[in-house]
Design a protein around this ligand. Structure first.
Ligand code: FHN
Length: 596
């Protein structure tokens, strides 16, 4: 038995001797009693940061998404390709990322303007990127041997980036983790002890916290039924007991509500919500949340994945998330040799060029005071009696007049953030909107920032959905008030109402009409099997069958009929399911078009 195995046996024996789920013998503290002030102090650096790098790296980078001719795998490959354990273990002697350069990774994160970095210390496959005393299934057993977490932690510190770790509760390798994968028919569960797995999990987290001091412990893989709310609460308190200042996401417990990521009401643990591949439709005042997204399609490296988001799209996502008070955790899946894909580097550098000019409109900002703006987004900072609004203009006004609808403050100091001389821009107010005279050209093709400094309290009238000059009214999915399980979903190519399985669910839009009359009701919808929907304005109804489109992402435009729409500040259109033969329908938008 080699020295590591002896160490392993001693460590495990000590760990097993301790009463369960304790902080080295001391009774667990209950951290749910933390005061708002204590929490604000603990969360301050994370709220200031706004932007971080996610890294999914491990043995799965070696097959690079391909197995037996199929090319749509990634970090889940052991499961999606049903690779038996002894087969997957053969990747261990192949893991030798000789081009891994922690300094380069940290420099690229810094170049992009990212303030923290979250790396998979252990993903679902159970492989550990550090030399753990509790397992041989780690980097020390590979030809590479080097302690990746240690090197990256040190490199991050050099660049002023907060080092953080992702750790999966679900573990497809450890013999005590249950359940087995349903296709692992021959892998015995004999002797498996889930509580012993929990001690292993705790022991490894103690190693990580003690040796690498992560700012955030980003849990994942909490969804299987062997992991309970009680275990989640205990693990949260255990990790906070290891370092009371650490921040822990909501996937430590069982309160996360699917991919929309927010924590359900109740005593669920977790310091922030974790929407995945999507952005909440509105800001969530008083809620800490972070949208995590891939830069292309997969989290782990897949050499066939060419679905890279553009730099413009990524900057717009960063701005949109910050304008709603959230953080953006943007993922990189490094290759097996330890390098970042060139396409990822190109995007990090492009985002960095935008952040060179505009980062102060992102770091330490709070959510927009406006529910919507026609040309872009807004972030804000407040100091005493002064509010600074950062207007992120995606669509630059051709006539040189940037109108801020609903901003009733009459005076404001305005300038272009890109203008170091801060040359004042003229402003005027009609009492309902502030108009800023801006140059004919945007300062940045992706998003240009106009700064407004306002003394005294903000006076804002939320502008609802309104009729366009041509009389049309567009009702987007993200602006609907939904009732029941029906909800807005975004991310990827999703920007629609979905999960409309219950015909009792319905959606409502409110909008202002100044040009009443007869309107066509036009809907952009998708339904695998087809169904009938009905729009209601007052007592009027317009219904139509949604033809089967075979795919919930395959939208088509249908006309439901015509309705009379009255003038008014708050006109309501309700969209209902017709129960007979109901099948789910996705809705991207409703449009009212005046009938000539
Ligand atoms: O299954 C994981 C997946 O591999 C990836 O780690 C994402 C990132 O948040 N989390 C889980 C899917 O929700």
């Amino acid at each position: 038995m080699n020295m590591k195995n002896i160490r392993l046996e001693i460590t495990l024996a000590l760990a097993l001797a301790l009463p369960f789920v304790t902080n080295g013998g001391a009774a667990l503290r209950d951290f749910s009693k933390e005061t708002p002030e204590q929490r604000d102090r603990r969360m301050a650096w994370w709220r200031e940061a706004r932007f971080g790098m996610f890294i999914h790296w491990g043995l799965y980078a070696i097959p690079a998404g391909e197995w037996q001719g199929k090319k749509d795998h990634a970090e889940w490959i052991r499961t999606t390709a049903q690779i038996p354990l002894e087969e997957y273990d053969k990747f261990v002697p192949q893991f030798n990322p000789t081009n891994f350069n922690a300094a380069r990774w940290a420099q690229l994160a810094k170049r992009a303007g990212m303030k923290y970095l979250v790396i998979t210390s252990k993903h679902h496959d159970g492989f550990c990127l550090w030399d753990s005393r509790l397992t041989e299934f780690d980097v020390a057993s590979t030809p590479f041997k080097r302690d990746i977490l240690k090197e990256l932690n040190e490199a991050c510190q050099k660049e002023g980036i907060r080092f953080c770790t992702y750790h999966s509760i679900m573990d497809w390798h450890h013999p005590d983790y249950l359940p087995r994968r349903d296709w692992e028919k021959t892998r015995s569960t004999e002797g498996a002890d889930f509580n012993r797995f929990r001690k292993y999990l705790e022991g490894q987290l103690a190693e990580i916290v003690a040796n690498y001091n992560p700012g955030v412990l980003w849990f994942d893989g909490e969804w299987e039924n062997t992991w309970t709310h009680e275990m989640g609460k205990a693990l949260y308190d255990y990790v906070r007991g290891l370092n009371p200042r650490i921040i822990i996401n909501n996937r430590v417990d069982k309160g996360r509500q699917g991919m929309q990521g927010m924590t359900a009401k109740g005593e669920f643990r977790g310091d922030f919500g974790t929407p995945e591949q999507e952005i909440p439709p509105q800001g969530l005042p008083g809620v800490d949340w972070e949208s995590c997204m891939t830069m292309n399609r997969y989290w782990g490296w897949n050499k066939a994945d060419t679905q890279w988001k553009s730099t413009e799209d990524l900057v717009h996502k960063l701005v949109d998330i910050a304008s709603k008070g959230g953080n953006f955790l943007l993922n990189i899946g490094p290759k097996a040799d330890g390098t970042f894909p060139e396409e990822a580097i190109e995007r990090l550098e492009g985002i960095g060029r935008w952040m060179d000019v505009n980062s102060q409109a992102i770091y330490g900002t709070q959510a927009s005071p406006f529910k919507r703006l026609p040309w872009g987004r807004c972030t804000r900072k407040s100091s005493g009696n002064q509010t600074t609004l950062y207007l992120h203009v995606f669509d630059w006004p051709g006539d040189g007049k940037l109108i801020v609808p609903g901003l009733k403050n009459k005076t404001a100091k305005a300038w272009l953030l890109a203008d170091r001389a801060r040359k004042s821009l003229a402003t005027s107010s009609d009492g309902h909107a502030l108009t800023i005279t801006v140059p004919g050209e945007a300062t940045d093709p992706i998003s240009s920032t106009v700064v407004l400094e306002i003394q005294g309290p903000l006076e804002i009238e939320q502008i609802g959905l309104a009729q366009a000059a041509d009389g049309t009214v567009t009702l987007p999915a993200g602006e609907a008030v939904t009732h029941g399980e029906l909800k807005y979903e975004s991310g990827g190519n999703r920007d629609n109402l979905g999960f409309w399985t219950n015909p009792n669910d319905w959606a409502a839009w409110e909008f202002k009409v100044t040009q009443p009359g007869k309107f066509l009701v036009i809907a952009e919808v998708a339904s695998v099997e087809g169904a009938t929907i009905e729009a209601r304005v007052g007592k009027l109804r317009a219904r139509s069958r949604v033809p089967a489109t075979r795919d919930y992402g395959q939208f088509q435009v249908i006309t439901l009929g015509t309705v009379d729409v009255p003038a008014g500040d708050v006109v309501r259109l309700n969209l209902h399911a017709v129960r007979d033969g109901w099948r789910p329908v996705n809705v991207k938008s409703i449009k009212l078009q005046p009938v000539e």
